[in-house]
Design a protein around this ligand. Sequence first.
Ligand code: GLU
Length: 292
Amino acid sequence: MKDIVTRFAPSPSGHLHLGHAASAARAFGYAQKHSQKHSQKHSKEPGGICLLRIEDIDTTRCKPEFEQAIYEDLSWLGFKWPTPARRQTDHLADYDGVLDKLRDKGLVYRCFKTRKEILNDIARAPHYPGEPYTGPHEVMDAGQERELVAEGKPYAWRLSLYRAQEYLGRQYNRLSFMDGGEKVRAVPALLGDVVLARKDVGTSYHIACCHDDALQGVTDIVRGADLLDSTHIHRLLQELMGWPVPRYHHHALLTDADGKRYAKRDKSLTLRSLRQSGVSPQNILAQAQELG
Ligand code: GLU
């Protein structure tokens, strides 16, 4: 057992870019720093390891060639991970099992609303704009629900924060996590009643990610600050599922000279194209560090 287990968990929906290199450098670097500290004290096994996880549940966007490219690009940068990397589409039954458990506890509900209806509901909320969606507190009439399902009306499974709060009682307001060494109170309402599964993507990032972090014994999650709001929901899922709570280290996102975030669509900044134009891995890592 390693003392420190981190992971880098990209989605193969495009080629990795400079922002990913920065994020990977932080996750792999965190594990390495700890393995060096550890091996100074003990001569045996290193104490830190970074896993690679392929988060490819969205099969409408993820492609095998991007997965291959992730392995190549990360190897080119000099990172090493235990193989094979966990690929989430190989474990969809595990995530269904999580949804079943939450359903058995009465913590999820079928939401039949269309996107437009949801947006209208949000617009009517008292703190609009930007209010996350929260569904009705009362459970839908079972007969009506059966009918809608039988009619084939599309729906999403949403986590009910109202019922989660009822289920956990006082504990709900006491949930917290460590972020960069600071204790943060978890506020799941930041994202509201998140979607946990849909017809086309039968699980969600939230379920698959938290399930795998628990299964893989991840102790430290090093990732971009764009996922901080999700962490508030993840902390709740960990409590509802009885999973361990890792330490978090959210880092600022890499931005370009105009302060804009790097995105997969910025083709010129993919690691592939930088490599093709003759940039060295050392140079990429130095840039990633400098800009981060
Ligand atoms: N797969 C997610 C992404 O590509 C990252 C997940 C995580 O680090 O928790 O943005």
